[in-house]
Design a protein around this ligand. Sequence first.
Ligand SMILES: [Zn+2]
Length: 141
Amino acid sequence: MEAEKSSNQYHVSQWGAFVNSKCPRCRVGSVFTGATYGFKVQKMNEVCPHCNLKFEREPGYFYVAMFVSYAFNVAQMITVSVAASVLGLGLSFENLWYFLGLLFGTTILCAPFNYRYSRMVLLYWLSPGLHYEPERSKPGA
Ligand SMILES: [Zn+2]
């Protein structure tokens, strides 16, 4: 019992690590420098600062994240369009530019989020052979 507890001492939940943009292998090292929404532009680390996992597994690896980002964008636009319709601001000839501005603004506002989390979805759920290795979470691993 005691040994089991100590071996799980560094266990980090997948969802928690995903939301906080932690490395998919050790769930300790940060994938990005800077916040999603901040004054400093967010940059992706080349390797995990904790376990040295190379995030870009092959050249052009994050090309696939573009499709995830596209799916995010479509979902956000549909959500905003439905919300606008519910609020009586749905698409019509009178408010076409207002409506397009709303969609464009949504795209701009969500861009940092989409950039970060499309890559995180790719690393966490669309990368075969990349799994959580709890023993790598320990300090000095
Ligand atoms: Zn790591």
